[in-house]
Ligand binder design. Structure first.
Ligand SMILES: [Zn+2]
Length: 247
């Protein structure tokens, strides 16, 4: 039976440590806790890495975090040659915060890109130094310079980023909230998590289960590194940190 892990990062993406108890260890050594701050790979955002500290002060390195049988079951994959934990054991969780914060900045930057390029999203992948979003855009009239300037306007405006829950009915009444062409947010649980940017979500609102910084200013300087043509109507935009390199 799948476990339901309390996902602390959904309400507070800034938690870098937390106490937890081992709920189960699966047959491949994956650890499931009652609660966690480790984000599990999904929605284009990679899972967290980090470590667990046991009562005796020894540490177990976590190399990856994935979902199990259901999206609510979060599995912490230890690095090779780590000590085994017992069910019920209490540990202190610690994520690699530096990496996570980069991912939160990048993930928020991807949302801004969907504001600047309001086209159906066909794919996305967040990483700590280079992220991509693919759009279904029939014409290729975008320049990296223009898109970068529009992104940086949104960063400098320092809009708040926050989440709110809506019902399946509210989502059904506002189909424009879903920007992804192929991926539909899960319905049937009664509530969908919206990530909103700007006062009352005036800049953007879209369903997302990932982790983001709390304001657009915290993203810092970013630029479009490349716009690639992927197939007849697909354009791949690459976001990178820092100023645009001189041509
Ligand atoms: Zn997101």
């Amino acid at each position: 039976m799948a476990h339901k892990t309390e996902a602390l990062f959904r309400d507070d993406a800034y938690l870098s440590t937390a106490d937890a108890a081992v709920a189960a260890v699966n047959d491949r050594g994956g650890i499931i806790f009652d609660r966690t701050i480790f984000y599990a790979t999904s929605g284009g955002q990679p899972g967290d890495t980090g470590h667990l500290e046991r009562a005796d002060g020894s540490r177990i390195a976590i190399a990856a975090t994935i979902t199990g049988e259901t999206k609510d079951e979060i599995i912490h994959v230890p690095a090779p040659q780590q000590a085994a934990l017992a069910v019920g054991e209490k540990v202190k969780l610690a994520i690699d915060w530096e990496r996570r914060h980069l991912l939160m900045r990048m993930h928020a930057a991807c949302h801004l890109l969907t504001v600047v390029c309001p086209f159906p999203i066909t794919g996305a992948a967040v990483s700590e130094d280079d992220s991509r979003v693919d759009f279904d855009i029939p014409d290729a009239s975008f320049s990296k310079e223009e898109v970068t300037a529009s992104l940086m306007d949104l960063v400098r405006a320092d809009h708040p980023i926050f989440t709110r829950l809506i019902s399946d009915e509210e989502l059904a009444a506002n189909p424009g909230l879903v920007k992804s062409k192929n991926v539909r947010p899960p319905v049937g649980t009664g509530k969908i998590r919206l990530v909103c940017i700007g006062e009352n979500g005036a800049v953007d609102s879209q369903p997302c289960g990932g982790t983001h910084v709390k304001s657009t200013g915290e993203i810092g300087e970013i630029h479009i590194g490349k716009i690639e043509k992927k197939g007849r109507e697909n354009r791949r935009f690459r976001i990178r940190f820092g100023p645009m390199p001189a041509a």
